[in-house]
Design a protein around this ligand. Structure first.
Ligand code: GLC
Length: 553
């Protein structure tokens, strides 16, 4: 297997074109609260991230996306921002942010930060003043304040429900209601108000001037609401990562915002990007966000939700590529993030349970499929997103006691939903030590006692480990010209059901999702395999749930 240098100071040689780097980039998501804790207070921080950047350089990713580290009361893990230009003291200071950006650049890594424009925290200065000034305050126009319905205004202005459960409206003691698609601590901005648009253009410049290489746009499909805030009229309301048509999501008006943002980004040098978190009913609607004068990439949640089944995977891969081709944007691929059960646990459970799962399932099966799914993902044309800890094969922590949970959706949904804490448990770096090297103290969510064995330290140098599989895969991806490039997959037809075989010049990928072994002709020399394989007599016996990368002539 290909090994990486581990010198902590050396920058990786730039083997890629500097322009359009993002088209086939592998981007690693850091959830700052749970990545590395430099001061032993149990919560991750920017200095912790800075110190661990060499891990990401050695892993071989191109960029790091940092989930929010801004000033925030943490009602929703920092996706409730009180000051968009300040770092929360629990994460450090602007100087620490500057140090992360500089050190990352020094190591050849780009930095993408999260932008949360759909809503602020209820502790944002505008909202606090809007509340304090009372009905009629001009600041209330920057959010969605409305009188209620009913004889005494005691009913919410419409029937929308919060994505975290319960009504999407909260009433203030003065009688006005305000809209929050997420928690009550996350009031939605009114994007019709010019001050809101101006403020975000200024926030973009602030972080671009700090040197960031791009933004992940939170709830990018949500800022514009249908005219008059019409009732939905019964039926199922939306869940996180849902794809239904709603009067508060995927309204055509959002695209004007992105065209305006794009002109700002394009004023800056360095090929900077936007990636949209946009939940839309179809991949074709997602493509609207990445038209040439809008954003660069959008997460592919259809792929994230796909079952481990060859036919369905192929259909989603093809429809994703087909949808992006007309607008010239790369497809993206993602299996895990901070909002869903990790894929090692999703695949350990029966298919079709959705993206928030409470049972550990068959761990060995889940890990085998997860490793195979990752190799498939990293062989596809386009850009891939990794979530911290997946390179260790971490499962979700499915048995967190309710008392330690912090996900607001868990509480809003009376414990029936909102299991996002399970993928946010601080990651293990060392075999022993307090919080397995996460920090010198504890960790804000308890880590399972088995996590030392899954740590970076335990897996480094073990050729069978998931960490070395990721390192080797990313090394091959960097060295094999064209892996990740292009906009279509050349499938081999006529392969047995449950298998996928595709090729590109000099390379082939074979995937077995059947759950049993499958014997096929060997297309070349094995480069990398997600499980041990043997080739004999020009054939390979592909074990169940295995992906193999081949060098072909
Ligand atoms: C996005 C984030 C999620 C957050 C929500 C509200 O979906 O990924 O973590 O809760 O937006 O900001």
């Amino acid at each position: 297997m290909t090994q990486h240098s581990t010198d902590a100071t050396e920058a990786r040689p730039a083997t890629r074109e500097a322009t359009d780097w993002w088209r086939d980039a592998v981007i690693y998501q850091v959830y700052p609260r749970s990545f590395a804790d430099s001061d032993g207070d149990g919560t991750g921080d920017l200095e912790g991230i800075r110190r661990r950047l060499p891990h990401l350089r050695d892993l071989g990713v191109d960029a790091v996306w940092l989930s929010p580290f801004y000033a925030s009361p943490q009602a929703d893990g920092g996706y409730d921002v009180a000051d968009y230009r300040a770092v929360d003291p629990m994460y450090g200071s602007l100087l620490d942010a500057d140090a992360v950006i500089r050190d990352a650049h020094g190591l050849g890594l780009r930095v993408i930060v999260d932008l949360v424009p759909n809503h602020s925290s209820d502790q944002h200065e505008w909202f606090r003043r809007a509340v304090a000034e009372g009905p009629g305050s001009p600041l209330r126009e920057r959010y969605h304040f409305r009188p209620g319905k009913g004889a005494h205004g005691e009913l919410p202005p419409n029937d929308w429900e919060s994505i975290f459960g319960g009504p999407a409206w909260t009433r203030l003691p003065d009688g006005d209601w305000y809209l929050h698609l997420f928690a009550p601590e996350q009031p939605d901005f009114n994007w019709e108000h010019p001050a809101v648009a101006d403020e975000f253009r200024s926030i973009l410049r602030f972080w671009l001037d700090m040197g960031v290489d791009g933004f992940r746009v939170d709830v990018a499909h949500g800022m514009v609401k249908a005219e008059g805030l019409p009732d939905i009229g019964g039926g199922d309301q939306l869940k996180l990562l849902g794809n239904d048509v709603m009067p508060f999501f995927d309204q055509d008006g959002v695209h004007a915002i992105y065209r305006s943002w794009r002109t700002i980004l394009d004023e800056y040098d360095g090929d900077r990007i936007f990636v949209a978190e946009a939940w839309t009913p179809t991949v074709e609607r997602t493509a609207n966000y990445v038209r040439p004068d809008e954003l660069h990439q959008a997460f592919n949640f259809q792929y994230l939700g796909a079952p481990w089944e060859a036919g369905e995977l192929r259909a989603i891969i093809d429809s994703s590529l087909d949808a992006m081709r007309p607008v010239g944007a790369p497809a993206t691929w993602v299996l895990s993030n901070h909002d869903v059960t990790r894929h090692a646990t999703r695949y350990a459970n029966p298919q079709g349970l959705g993206t928030q799962i409470r049972t550990p399932g068959d761990r060995a099966l889940g890990l085998r499929r997860a490793r195979a799914a990752t190799l498939l993902m990293l062989a596809l044309p386009g850009s891939a997103y990794l979530y911290q800890g997946e390179e260790l094969g971490l499962p979700d922590v499915t048995d967190l006691p309710d008392e330690v949970r912090q996900d607001p959706s868990f509480f809003r949904a009376q414990g029936q939903d909102g299991f996002r804490d399970g993928c946010r448990v601080p990651i293990p770096w060392t075999v022993d030590g307090p919080s397995y090297g996460f920090g010198d103290g504890g960790s804000w969510l308890p880590q399972p006692s088995t996590w030392g064995a899954l740590s970076v330290e335990a897996q480094t140098g073990d050729p069978d480990s998931t960490l070395e599989l990721y390192r080797a895969a990313l090394a091959v991806r960097r060295e094999q010209p064209g892996l990740g490039a292009g906009d279509r997959v050349e499938w081999q037809e006529g392969v047995p059901g449950g298998l996928l075989v595709f090729r590109r010049p000099g390379f082939a990928c074979t995937v077995n999702t059947t759950g049993g072994p499958a014997r096929i002709p060997a297309p070349g020399r094995v480069l990398l395999a997600s499980s041990p394989v043997t080739v004999a007599d020009g054939h390979i016996e592909l074990p169940a749930d295995t992906t193999v990368w081949w060098e072909t002539t």
